[in-house]
Design a protein around this ligand. Structure first.
Ligand SMILES: Cc1cc2nc3c(=O)[nH]c(=O)nc-3n(C[C@H](O)[C@H](O)[C@H](O)COP(=O)(O)OP(=O)(O)OC[C@H]3O[C@@H](n4cnc5c(N)ncnc54)[C@H](O)[C@@H]3O)c2cc1C
Length: 415
């Protein structure tokens, strides 16, 4: 595949852009692969990429029922941070964040990583204590964060009203190298690199059954026929329970729609990401100028990918006190994605009761930031058959053993 470069842009500009190749191929499925990854979201594609890059396993198919990146990967608000409380979480999210730093170069695809800084506002005494505790934990984990004053919050983000009558800003947990990336580009960059390694990305190919023999994976049934394989990685976010059911086991996962919205574009006014967990909203400004606003999760389990008026109203009403300037903005679009929630709000990267079937799920409301680290850890699990240091604590059996990785404060519905 031809390399993207400034030289290539100049060359194509001189010949009416006729020389660009397709970013990835759309092959028909073969009858057999070494590894099948189900789900071409960011996590599935990253898993395939690191299988090829780190372990030389390239006879891989990535099966996607819709279009690649069309699930939560293309629906999220793209916040990247690693300021989690528990050590296993900080380790995998920081691995992911550090891979994001050079991902554009690694993939030769501009994923528009923007480490503009993320702040989580403390608007109650309880949050001050919680975030100071996290800052201390992060110092021990080697994650660079600090607890900052309201004055510094105002300096970093002048459009914030720090003197709100109900929810004054009392400080913030600040991660200067957190930020955002372009979500589609992350999926597209990994897809292009996987295709370049000879892997098959097969879209419009729904897995409808998982075939096992003597407790071991042997292949899948799909809308494009039966495919045989040695190993299966199930990476389908909100549909994890459905796929686990096909393979004959149950997961401690609930699926629920999480919503987000964007405003009309306005001039640049905010160059950090702000999360206000008490009032339950968060906001950043996209390169196009839209204010990207995260809303809440639906209060009931569902598989809907739609937004709803009452979430728009609730989220904007909550944010207006902290960001008075948004009171006169028109909201342009809103939508939902199906997130997969575990009881301790931490993911599952694990072997399963079926030999050679591996699960990667439970990223819930916050898995975009984890894509490179998750793919890295899942590839190791599939290649070696055993989890490496990044994944071992995220085994599914932790729910039976009582070894929870409680991130309900760090994750919640905050991303
Ligand atoms: C509104 C919203 C805002 C969010 N904001 C953030 C944020 O700011 N920061 C953050 O870190 N995270 C955020 N998240 C969470 C994040 O988007 C997800 O954790 C992450 O994208 C999950 O990626 P994935 O690859 O596991 O899943 P997905 O991208 O959903 O990919 C799974 C794929 O599996 C496919 N699939 C399902 N069933 C089958 C089948 N039977 N056969 C074949 N394919 C199948 C689906 O079509 C889908 O494409 C947000 C999520 C939402 C919905």
């Amino acid at each position: 595949m031809k390399k993207y470069s400034a030289f290539a842009v100049a060359r194509e500009a001189l010949r009416d852009h006729i020389g660009w190749e397709r970013a990835w191929q759309s092959p028909e499925p073969r009858s057999k692969y070494d590894v099948i990854i189900i789900g071409a979201g960011g996590h599935g594609l990253a898993t395939a990429y690191y299988l090829g890059k780190n372990y030389g396993i390239k006879n891989v198919a990535i099966l996607e029922k819709g279009w690649l990146g069309g699930g939560n990967t293309g629906r999220n608000t793209t916040i990247i941070r690693s300021n989690y409380l528990q050590d296993p979480s900080a380790a995998i999210y920081e691995k992911a964040r550090s891979l994001y730093e050079n991902l554009s170069q690694d993939l030769n695809y501009n994923i528009m990583f923007s480490p503009r800084g993320v702040m989580m506002l403390a608007q109650t005494q309880h949050e001050i204590r919680g975030y100071k505790r996290t800052a201390h934990a992060n110092a021990l984990q080697g994650v660079s964060t600090e607890f900052i004053s309201p004055q510094k919050v105002k300096k970093l983000c002048p459009i914030i009203n720090i003197e709100g009558p109900r929810y004054p800003v009392l400080g913030a947990l600040w991660q200067p190298r957190g930020g955002t990336a372009r979500h589609d580009a992350v999926a597209w960059g990994y897809a292009r690199a996987c295709s370049d390694m000879g892997m098959h990305i097969i879209q419009q190919c729904e897995v409808t059954g998982v075939n096992t023999m003597n407790g071991k994976a042997v292949g899948v049934e799909t809308t494009k026929g039966t495919i045989v394989c040695e190993k299966i990685g199930i990476v389908v976010a909100g549909h994890s329970g459905v796929l686990a059911d096909m393979a004959g086991f149950r997961l401690p996962i609930e699926s629920v729609a999480l919503q987000a919205l964007v405003s009309e574009p306005i001039k640049p006014c905010m160059d950090v990401v702000v999360m206000a967990n008490t009032v339950h909203g968060y906001m950043s400004q996209s390169d196009k100028g839209e204010m990207v606003i995260g809303g809440g999760a639906d209060g009931y389990n569902n598989y809907s990918q739609r937004g709803s008026f009452h979430h728009v109203e609730e989220t904007v009403r909550a944010l207006v006190e902290t960001f008075p300037i948004i009171s006169r903005l028109k909201m342009l679009r809103w939508w939902g994605g199906i997130v997969d929630m575990t009881g301790d709000r931490s993911p599952i990267i694990s072997k399963t009761p079926v030999k050679n079937i591996f699960m990667n799920c439970g990223w819930g409301t916050g898995g975009f930031k984890a894509i490179p680290g998750s793919g890295w850890a899942m590839a190791e699990l599939i290649a070696k058959g055993e989890p490496g240091p990044l994944a071992e604590d995220f085994r599914v059996t932790r729910f039976r053993e009582g070894q929870f990785i409680d991130e309900s404060v760090a994750a919640g519905v905050a991303h």
